[in-house]
Design a protein around this ligand. Structure first.
Ligand SMILES: NC(=O)c1ccc[n+]([C@@H]2O[C@H](COP(=O)([O-])OP(=O)(O)OC[C@H]3O[C@@H](n4cnc5c(N)ncnc54)[C@H](OP(=O)(O)O)[C@@H]3O)[C@@H](O)[C@H]2O)c1
Length: 430
């Protein structure tokens, strides 16, 4: 065991931070043995030092002064588990510039500024670890960074947001409306008081930006990712999906094409025999395809204080070992700036439309003509429920793969047809 301890500064003592501190304080000897060096929690930065905490931390460890953690020369490693873009991005930059290694669970910072932080760290010969920023306790980043490095990654598809998966699951099984399912998720502790980040697909887009960036070693920015939330999915769509052999999931998908990549987050109909269709509740799953390894599925708890702390403290041990040996155990990244993201309109995908029409002759022909003119080939065309009181019927159409722009134009043109009351749902088929 190395004689000088490795001093750690922690930012955040909330859901994740309290579990990280607890592991370090109550399991320190085992962690230090695995690391080969004593791991010492030196200081913890919080907003409110007087707040009641779920774990006991010696008062002299706590500070509300960022400089006492970031600028303290005796601190070797900064762990950031506070969240949000600024000031955390600035704190991490400052720590790296001062020659500290950093470990973060912050998906917003890593999605928006990850490549720059990694470049800055490489210049300073320090490392940035961020296993906990995507998929909580599931070993994703280390899998890409070490075990899959012999591969050219072809595609990554994921159910990466536990809140929306829980909500969609309740809508499917219990026939709940979106609002009721969200309220249930909030009561069960799976959704924030303001669920916009999850329901709107923002959280999944941040995670996909990180996964895409490390899978292909390019800079995938969150605002380049096509993003659609789950608010357009209605309870009836789950019934029709099941009849057609699909589950509805919020899918984050990225795929390699010559010179460019596809990157999108949206609800999708996933064939019931696909592993992602079987991801239940708040679980996450990431399905990776590499040219050598073939298909790999990683599944587990994508959130929660303990699983996330497992990833953070695992990073700390790995980092401590490489510091002790004086080598970087993991390869650094070199990001290729020339490869960009394909605009969604140019992506080829399949689609499902639910269309409310007047129940009269000629409707099917008019709809068929729109698809034909847009060059979209129909895979199935089914008349579902009919309502005699207002003489309308519901049609469900699925298509073969087509350009997304053509699918969207067909959607718009159908909505303008005289016998069409509404194109009630449009969901891509995976
Ligand atoms: N929770 C999860 O399941 C999970 C899973 C994966 C990743 N993450 C990520 O982990 C990070 C932390 O999440 P969390 O759920 O643990 O958050 P949290 O429970 O809200 O805790 C945040 C902690 O950070 C401190 N903090 C916030 N802003 C600060 C500032 N400006 N200066 C100093 N301290 C500050 C807070 O201090 P006070 O306690 O004094 O208010 C609190 O202790 C986020 O980036 C999140 O995305 C969380």
């Amino acid at each position: 065991m190395s004689s000088r301890p490795l001093n750690v500064g922690l930012i955040g003592l909330g859901t994740v931070g309290s579990q990280v501190a607890d592991r370090m304080l109550t399991w320190g000897a085992q962690l230090s043995r695995r690391a080969g060096v004593e791991l010492c929690l030196r200081r913890v930065l919080v907003r409110d030092a007087g707040k009641r905490r779920s774990i006991e931390v010696a008062p002299d460890l706590l500070t509300t002064d960022p400089a006492r953690v970031i600028d303290d020369k005796s601190i070797d490693v900064l762990i950031e588990v506070a969240g949000g873009d600024e000031p955390m991005h600035g704190y991490l930059q400052r720590a790296i510039a001062a020659g500290k290694h950093v470990i973060t669970a912050n998906k917003v910072v890593m999605a928006k500024h990850g490549p720059e932080l990694l470049d800055a760290a490489a210049e300073k010969n320090v490392d940035v670890y961020f296993e906990a920023a995507v998929g909580g306790g599931i070993p994703l980043i280390s899998t890409f960074r070490t075990d899959l490095q012999a591969n050219r990654i072809e595609r990554v598809s994921a159910v990466i947001n536990g809140t929306t998966n829980y909500v969609l699951g309740r809508m499917a099984a219990g026939g709940l409306s979106l609002a009721d399912a969200v309220a249930e998720a909030q009561a069960a502790g799976y959704a924030e008081a303001d669920p916009t980040d999850d329901i709107g697909g923002f959280d999944a887009a941040y995670k996909l930006a990180i996964l895409g960036s490390i899978a292909y070693e390019i800079k995938v920015r969150p605002d380049e990712i096509y993003r659609e939330g789950i608010d357009g999915v209605a309870p009836i769509d789950f019934r029709y999906a099941r009849e057609l052999g699909y589950a509805i999931k919020l899918i984050a998908h990225t795929q390699r094409h010559p010179g460019r990549v596809e990157a999108r987050v949206h609800p999708a109909m996933v064939p019931l025999d696909h592993p992602l269709a079987r991801v239940e509740g708040a679980e996450n799953a990431v399905f990776v395809e590499g040219d050598l390894v073939g298909q790999v599925l990683l599944v587990g708890q994508g959130a929660g204080g303990r699983p996330t702390a497992s990833a953070v403290v695992g990073d700390l041990i790995d980092l401590a070992r490489s510091i002790r040996r004086g080598v970087q155990s993991r390869p650094s990244f070199s990001f290729d700036d020339r490869i960009g993201v394909i605009p969604m309109g140019e992506v080829r995908t399949r689609a499902y439309y639910r269309i409310r029409v007047e129940d009269r002759a000629g409707v099917l022909a008019a709809i068929g003509q729109v698809f034909a003119e847009e060059g979209v080939s129909i895979s199935s065309f089914i008349q579902k429920d009919a309502w005699s009181q207002d003489q309308t019927a519901e049609l469900v159409v699925t298509t073969h793969p087509s350009l997304d722009a053509s699918l969207q134009r067909a959607r718009q043109r159908m909505a303008e047809l005289e016998p069409v009351r509404a194109v009630s749902s449009f969901i891509r088929v995976f």
